[in-house]
Design a protein around this ligand. Structure first.
Ligand code: AKB
Length: 311
């Protein structure tokens, strides 16, 4: 069994991915790390506090723990990144390069790194966004994702490091609180709904974004990482798609469960960010190369979110 390191394990994706990896590969084979202490639900894991900006610490952890697979998730998201652009750039870029170098130098087998729909921009074709197209991101987060994709490809081409990546859409989940993303309205809205509050949405009611339920995102990640090396043809990052929604459509879907629920719309800078991102993506490369299929459509996501937040 391979020894797996997850960085940024306390975040929305990290906490659920760590649990899924533990189920699949055994708890004893997973080492989780983060800059902050893990919450109680992650206390069963072996944990090592790690600042991914400390090159030596990253290298030492990978070497001493004999890590063979790394899921490098530590990053700052789009909305938070805009309030601290320089910090976001440093964390997202230097953190990635530290992990890539330490993985190369310690013969790590495989690295996963998340990219995002944020790597696209306002000149990108916004419907059925192709795998290869114009990319002109306008947030520092998006710039770091596009640059990170190219670094991943560079390490693959130059050093034969097996780095794999997905361009995640907005992820909807109930286990962790929203973490500074533009798509996070689609998580917060459920918290308001179950508390019987009116939801104040920071996006315009008709701003359409691609979304995905967390279980699909986790399965995609694990399936991509398990695919035979020769099947992987995209060494920047794969487009990944499930369904697309506007805040108004999501409100209406929730109203099927809570008829008196309502949202009011106060678009702010996050709406401007969202408007530069695709409405939906062509993920045929992922479907062809490693057989990607999403399972959760909007009605199931609404059902599962409400059921779990209501306990
Ligand atoms: C964000 O909104 O910043 C993230 C993303 C789309 O990468 N959820």
């Amino acid at each position: 069994m391979k020894k797996i390191l997850v960085t940024g394990a306390c975040g929305q994706l990290g906490s659920e991915l760590s649990s899924a990896l533990a189920e699949q590969y055994g708890l004893e084979n997973i080492l989780i790390s983060d800059i902050s202490q893990p919450e109680r639900h992650l206390s069963k894991f072996n944990f090592s506090r790690l600042d991914v900006l400390n090159h030596q610490a990253v290298d030492q952890l990978i070497r001493e723990q004999k890590i063979e697979v790394v899921y490098h998730l530590a990053a700052m998201l789009s909305a938070s990144g805009e309030s601290r652009p320089r910090n976001a750039w440093t964390l997202n870029m230097d953190g990635l390069i530290n992990v890539l170098e330490a993985s190369r130098d310690n013969q790590v087998d495989r690295v996963f790194w998340p990219s995002s729909i944020a790597a696209f921009g306002s000149h990108t074709q916004s419907t059925d966004t192709p795998q290869y197209t114009i990319m002109d991101p306008e947030t520092v987060y998006g710039i770091s994702k596009l640059s990170g994709e190219l670094w991943c490809q560079y390490f693959y081409d130059r050093f034969k490091l097996d780095v794999r990546s997905l361009r995640y859409p907005g992820l909807i989940s109930y286990k962790s609180p929203p973490g500074g993303g533009t798509t996070d309205y689609a998580v917060s809205i459920f918290h308001s709904a179950v508390k019987k509050e009116v939801f104040e949405c920071f996006l315009h009611q008709d701003t359409k974004l691609p979304m995905m339920y967390i279980s699909d995102a986790i399965r995609a990640t694990i399936e991509l990482m398990a695919a035979p090396r020769e099947n992987i043809t995209v060494h920047t990052s794969y487009n990944l798609s499930a369904f697309s929604i506007t805040p108004r459509e999501l409100t209406e879907a929730i109203q099927l469960h809570y008829p008196s629920f309502s949202s009011i719309y106060k678009p702010d800078f996050r709406d401007l960010i969202a408007k530069t991102w695709p409405h939906n993506l062509d993920d045929s490369s992922a479907r062809k190369d490693w057989n990607w299929r999403h399972q959760f459509e909007l009605p199931q996501v609404v059902e599962v979110m409400i059921r779990n937040l209501n306990v």
